[in-house]
Design a protein around this ligand. Structure first.
Ligand code: SF4
Ligand code: FE
Length: 511
């Protein structure tokens, strides 16, 4: 890819991409882009091979490999291209497509043990199908056709699309247009014959630098005074005016050390960035909302229906946790104890409870006006709410089985030392049919997922990603229809409310 000129047309932008097939193709596609990316206070010259960043790229690369290894699971036939495309770019044509998506997400979690960063983009694609259709129906705009043209190119080139949704929000008591600094929510700064310009930032972006394109969209409901904030646009990650600032993760500096053991999971990791947009141009062809503020709330709400069920991803990580906990019990010679088995059962029960709510939400999907299918919102919110709690309990149990050695284990360098190495080998031996190194590797993996770099993906992202717990409780409150449920209860109890009074009904009479 070459250097982007500021006001390129949509065609010029696509001409700089070529189809990606393998994981290596994807990794190569990120090289030679001129993007401002900052980490530890410095501009990163070679992000692809940077030890802190590379694991997040590897996780995305795995999604390309999975599509080749298991096309049934991770690819699907596209009506747009007439060919099979990666399922992470597939438009949802049935509830079964959503079920397959969930299965793929669980598999990706099992394979990477981290956030593989590709689902927020997929869920954005799903939302845009219906929202652009609905805006066109009301306003006579042409967003849906633009969207379909973009998606055809996206599928043909097999790109990564990142979702830029969360604005920094500033003073939470104020609307976007009331903020002291107008850029605290992304906004349109000017419009020309060729397109519009946006300024602002998107926070907590999952992936971001390692995406090819970013879809910016509103983060919450907007009013008539917020029209300039009601913008949806597709932006190449290397667009002129973009700056990425890499999020720090606990224990990230271990990536800079030699050896792989202390990293816990040396291959895969997540990426979270603050993406800053300084007067970034978007050609009209890539603008999918401009001023239709009344659709912002519905867009966010549909996004959450998809994305809260996508948190089924954490069941794949949960599978890794159960496996790690069972392995350390075996290495400690404790696997036969009944309380150990019971803890593994408890972990599995919690993990499968998450899976049940996600998969049920997909099976119970409904079809929207545009023809696309959307997850059942209540069950998706229940799934995500389970995810805000159960991975913490699963982690607690994994730490319980690991024992205190997980956090008192000396460094790899101490094991390598001629002086201390033999002492550690002698005194950290567990069951004799397992090596000390095997034990260290599993302990570091549990540490990685519950305290280290991938605790970002397994724990805190489980809490706050796709909306913090209260956001799901609000949705559950909205959808729980307590009045109908009161009627069920009253009827069985022999009462009915009428004009503000309670009336007895004959419970023995036939229906
Ligand atoms: Fe996908 Fe899960 Fe990461 Fe979201 S948190 S991008 S659903 S892996
Ligand atoms: Fe996420």
């Amino acid at each position: 890819m070459g250097v982007l000129q500021r006001e390129e047309t949509a065609e010029q932008r696509w001409s700089r991409f070529s189809p990606i097939v393998t994981g290596d193709d994807y990794i190569d596609s990120l090289r030679e882009r001129e993007i401002e990316l900052f980490l530890f206070g410095e501009r990163v010259a070679d992000p692809v091979d940077h030890p802190v960043i590379r694991p997040s790229i590897n996780a995305l690369a795995r999604s390309y490999e999975l599509a080749l290894e298991d096309p049934e699971l991770a690819s699907a036939h596209s009506p747009l291209t007439g060919e099979r495309v990666n399922r992470f770019l597939h438009l949802v044509e049935s509830p079964q497509d959503l079920v397959m998506k969930n299965r793929m997400q669980r598999k990706m979690g099992q394979l990477t043990g981290t956030c593989f960063q590709r689902c927020a983009g997929l869920d954005t694609v799903s939302v845009l199908h219906s929202i652009t259709y609905d805006i066109d129906a009301k306003h006579g705009t042409e967003y849906h056709a633009r969207y379909l043209r973009f998606m055809e190119q996206a599928q043909r080139n097999n790109i990564i699309l990142g979702a830029g949704m969360t604005d920094p929000k500033g003073d939470r008591s104020k609307r976007p247009h009331q903020q002291a600094d107008p850029d605290l929510f992304m906004r349109v700064t000017r419009r020309t014959d060729d397109g519009l310009y946006v300024t602002g930032a998107k926070a907590h972006m999952t992936g971001g630098w390692n995406s090819h394109w970013i879809c910016v969209m509103p983060t919450m409901n907007l009013g008539p005074n917020d029209k300039d904030y009601a913008v949806v646009g597709l932006v190449p990650a290397d667009a002129h005016g973009m700056t990425f600032i890499y999020g720090r993760q606990s224990c990230d500096a271990r990536a800079l050390e030699a050896g792989d053991i202390d990293k816990g999971n040396a291959t895969y990791g997540g990426q979270e960035v603050l993406a800053v947009f300084d007067d970034v141009f978007i050609p009209w062809e890539h603008v999918l909302m401009d001023g239709e503020y009344e659709f912002a709330q519905e867009m966010v709400s549909r996004f959450t229906s998809y994305h809260r069920a996508s948190y089924v991803c954490k069941t794949g990580l949960g599978d890794v946790m159960v496996g790690a906990a069972a392995s350390i019990a075996e290495q400690n010679g404790a696997e036969a104890a009944s309380h150990i088995k019971d803890k593994l059962v408890e972990m599995t029960h919690l993990n499968e409870t998450i899976y049940s709510s996600a998969i049920a939400s997909s099976h119970e999907a409904s079809q929207l006006e545009s023809g696309i299918w959307m997850n059942d919102p209540m069950l998706a919110n229940v799934c995500k709410h389970n995810v805000t709690r159960f991975p913490y309990e699963i982690s607690r149990l994994a730490q319980d089985l690991a024992g205190g050695i997980m956090v008192t284990l000396p460094s790899d360098a101490d094991f390598e030392s001629d002086h201390t190495g033999p002492m550690l080998e002698k005194y950290l031996q567990g069951a004799t049919d397992h090596s000390v190194e095997d034990r260290r590797r599993i302990l570091r993996l549990i540490e990685n997922m519950t305290l280290g770099r991938n605790a970002v993906g397994y724990l805190t992202e489980s809490l706050h990603g796709a909306g913090s717990p209260q956001a799901q409780r609000i949705q559950i409150l909205r959808g729980m229809d307590v009045e109908t449920k009161k009627d069920y209860a009253r009827k069985l109890a022999g009462i009915r409310r009428e004009d503000g009074r309670t009336v007895l009904i004959d419970t023995l009479a036939a229906e």
